[in-house]
Design a protein around this ligand. Sequence first.
Ligand code: PLP
Length: 417
Amino acid sequence: MNFMNYRQFFPLLSRTVNGKPLVYLDNAATAQKPQAVIDTVNELHAALNGNIHRGVHYMAEQCTMRYEAARESVRKLLNAEKTHEAIFTAGTTAGINLVAFSFGEKYVKAGDEIVVTEMEHHSNIVPWQLLCERKGATLKVLPFDNEGNLRMDLLPSLLNEKTKIVAVTQVSNVLGTVNPVEKIIKIAHAKNIPVLVDGAQGAQHGGIDVQKTGCDFYVFSGHKMYGPTGVGVLYAKEKFLEEMPPYQGGGDMVKTVSFAKTTYADLPYKFEAGTANYIGAIGLGSAIEFLNNGQKTEEESYSLCSCSPLSALQAHEHALLQRATQELQAIDGLKIYGNAAQKSSLISFTIDGIHHLDVAQILDKLGIAVRTGTLCAEPVMQHFGLTGMVRASFAFYNTLEEVDKLVEGVKKVKAMM
Ligand code: PLP
């Protein structure tokens, strides 16, 4: 498969930055959008906008139908049993806050414990801390070792009758570690403890089968998987969604409202208060369709379609990671953080004696976009005694030549500093 073909569908990739062809290596922060997604969002704004679930006019009905079709695409993507187990949210952060609040209201009381890991993004730490403060519960932390592997040997000792939920990232946004979530779920379920998996860095790199893994809650963001910003998904087992109280109140999440008593809408609407980001959700459906089937070319033939595009894309991303790892680790003074055997296509590093911000700024002058700073994971920085790192993260549309440009760029930074 020629991965150069993929680039033609992402208009932004052909732009220049600082007079240089853009090398976009900040995909873990947000991914670029294929023309199919851009067209969908534009079409809806320009020609089909009508608020969902309310009107009976043509545009309202079309948008409602397409919004619900997008929900079905999400169900298929995750292999959820029921379509109403997929709730549209504003993103991963919104999904975790929803669970931390609503699950917390129902099941967590003073003295209970919540387990997270040391490698979580702030989004999978702070909502649980807020819950613990509200309820008088305690946050327990599963550490990782210096290679970036979770200390699975310590997990059983953290789980007891007070543990109400385990929240773990599928893929670390700093270390790249692909965590053994299926194993974690098995261990937790043996003690009747549900598990939330943060799929922000996992959904676009293979995703999850929620039925096979038994995952209780799964969250991800549209913008990191080639969809629009401001939309995401919370998958939750029906049993929990039925038992948990609504998170936010407003239009669309109610059956009847009176000052004497209000009743709530059935799933999934109980958790979708107010006007949903339906254009974003339909755009996300379009991104999922793109990942599954590719995009029609002008000749109306599917140019990307192959039997299993997602796994082919992952194989390519792995090749990018391997090349980057080999080349970067050969640079004197450069240290890579995260060497897990199962690693996703991102690489975080520091260079001795050079501030991470300087590295990123000079790379930007060369047209190379990387992420720098604490990467919203301060506990990971604290683990290594650092104030920040540089992160290059790859998508399937990146090329080996771009990896080489990154390596050359880093060498230039070293020479300059
Ligand atoms: N979790 C992980 C592992 C992430 O990498 C991110 C974003 O980088 C988030 C959660 C938060 O995602 P969002 O800002 O889209 O809500």
